[in-house]
Design a protein. Structure first.
Length: 59
């Protein structure tokens, strides 16, 4: 059963990456880091600026 679950997870991940596209997959780490930093009060948006620029440069 563990193998079936693992296979299902890989299929789901492949489907998500297929929808996002090439540049979107490359920019995903920058976008996730930026979104995580924006949660931090007061300094979050300022700290996320370089990661927003990173994702914009990749796109």
């Amino acid at each position: 059963m563990n193998t079936v679950l693992r296979f299902g997870v890989w299929i789901a991940a492949a489907g998500v990456f297929q929808l996002v596209g090439g540049c979107g997959v490359a920019a995903l780490p920058c976008r996730l880091t930026s979104a995580t930093l924006k949660i931090v009060p007061l300094v979050g948006h300022a700290a996320a600026v370089p990661f927003d620029a990173c994702s914009a440069a990749i796109d």
